[in-house]
Design a protein around this ligand. Structure first.
Ligand code: SF4
Length: 471
């Protein structure tokens, strides 16, 4: 374990994240106070732990502190981090803001290099995306517009790595109609309170919205279109992530009601890995679902893949990319997986490993690498897709990023809006988060509870909270 002492209660989160980026496989403990005076916490420290002390942080600027820590740790470990000392999740936003202030590419590059030590490669990516985002968002009315998110928190089964609000549909089937009633109440609230505002994008996500039966999908989308003004909607997405939830009837309903973007997510094109991560579908089902969506006329299909999956090396990633190139989606999102100790997936793999059921020592091969990122990036470009948004996660595998690539004119506008936090997003359904973005960039949030039953019981209160937020 790495133990860091800070002499002042400031920047703890940033210091922790930066140490973690240098020591991803180790536990990091940040303590505020003097060494020897924090008895209870210090009782956890062992003789083998390495101790760092950082003084005078009350007076230092955050960026200067991070620069100093980065320099020391970089010398000590011999590592250069691709994103330098940046610990935030939206590096493109820094570049976007600077461009909007009128700075040139050279000025943005110099600033990000000197302040954050970002690598040349990531700087190029960041600037390319910032310019593309500016172009895509140029017609969006931040002040008078809004976007809508609807969460369907059900999935065919729960993937072992899932970190979203998701319940297996089998056990919740008889609650779905009541859940839709609650969504309708929230839609009524939106119709009443956002009159005169422009609805720019609509995103139905989850979970897996296509766990709904065709009639339920028709009911939900029909209600939405009935109550809200869709005349300015630039993009209407329904995540159809799990191929085992997609049927021709559902695709027909969505197409008929104007859904113009869907996602069909493989995560990997290797059956063995799909089994390991609990996806409960195979590659063939994915290919069939994708082809069926094309047959039904969907010309904007997104695919999500994950790098760093257990047991996968560059060989498996190359295979996944080759198969995806064959299908030719319009949008590809490349995620880096971080399997944390204690997570469900980690425990399951660990158990299998102990029982000798795994061919390779999986727990030592759950990291994304630069070469896998490169395979995915060059595959995307080979298909004519260019990067249009990126975000980072805490403890992301390999300290990399998640990147969305799209064909010209097919980029997911909602993805950029939620990532850059430049427009208010009204979110309906269990476990969703509504964000109000003010003109000066200030953001206020209000959360709907995650538990489906509590959400349904407390629906009036959820609506009241939104009223309060937007009053
Ligand atoms: S499909 Fe997505 S939301 Fe559903 S269980 Fe799997 S990871 Fe979670």
């Amino acid at each position: 374990m790495k133990v860091v002492y800070l002499d002042f209660d400031k920047y703890q989160y940033d210091v922790h994240s930066l140490f973690k980026a240098f020591y991803p496989d180790e536990e990091v403990m940040v303590l505020v106070g003097k060494r020897g005076e924090l008895q209870e916490k210090e009782a956890k420290i062992k003789d083998t732990d390495e101790i760092f002390t950082i003084n005078n942080i009350e007076t230092i600027e955050k960026n200067d502190l991070k620069k100093q820590i980065y320099t020391v740790l970089s010398e000590k470990t011999g590592k250069q981090l691709p994103w330098g000392n940046l610990t935030g999740i939206r590096p493109t936003r820094i570049a976007m803001n600077l461009l909007e202030e009128g700075k040139s590419d050279v000025e943005v590059t110099d600033y990000m290099k000197n302040t954050y030590f970002v690598s040349d490669e990531k700087l190029d990516l960041c600037l390319e995306i910032a310019h593309r985002e500016q172009e895509i968002l140029k017609d969006i009315d931040y002040e008078n517009g809004y976007s809508l998110y609807i969460g369907i928190p059900f999935c065919p089964t729960t993937c072992l790595y899932c970190s979203f609000t998701s319940y297996p549909i089998g056990a919740f089937k008889n609650l779905v109609d009541e859940y839709l009633c609650c969504l309708e109440k929230e839609i009524d609230y939106v119709a009443e309170n956002f009159k005169g505002k422009t609805l720019d994008t609509v995103y139905i996500g989850g979970g897996t919205p296509t766990t709904l039966e065709p009639a339920q999908l028709e009911r939900l989308i029909g209600y939405l279109k009935d109550k809200l003004d869709f005349s300015h909607v630039k993009e209407f997405t329904v995540e159809s992530g799990r191929p085992d939830s997609i049927t021709r009837d559902k695709l027909k309903v969505m197409k008929k009601l104007g859904v113009d973007r869907i996602s069909v997510n493989p995560q990997t094109m290797n059956d063995e890995t799909l089994k390991l991560i609990g996806r409960r579908h195979d590659v063939k089902q994915l290919i069939d679902a994708f082809n069926m969506a094309r047959e039904e006329g969907f010309d904007n299909i997104n695919m999500d893949i994950i790098l760093g999956l257990p047991g996968e090396t560059s060989v498996e990633v190359s295979h996944t990319i080759d198969e995806i190139i064959r299908l030719g989606p319009d949008d590809l999102t490349v995620h880096s997986l971080a399997i944390k100790r204690g997570s469900r997936l980690y425990e399951v793999l660990h158990e299998k490993e102990i029982k000798g059921e795994l061919k390779v020592p999986i727990l030592s091969s759950i990291n994304n690498t630069a070469s896998m990122m490169e395979i995915a990036a060059s595959g995307a470009r080979k298909m004519g897709l260019t990067p249009y948004y990126l975000y980072r996660q805490k403890n992301i595998s390999g300290n990399f990023e998640n990147t969305g690539y799209a064909r010209k004119g097919k980029a997911g506008i909602y993805n950029i809006l939620i990532n850059e936090e430049v427009q208010s997003i009204v979110a309906l359904g269990a476990g969703t988060v509504t964000k109000r973005v003010y003109g000066n960039g200030r953001i206020e949030r209000c959360d709907n509870v995650k538990d489906v039953k509590l959400y349904m019981e407390g629906i009036e209160e959820m609506i009241e909270r939104k009223k309060e937020l937007f009053k």
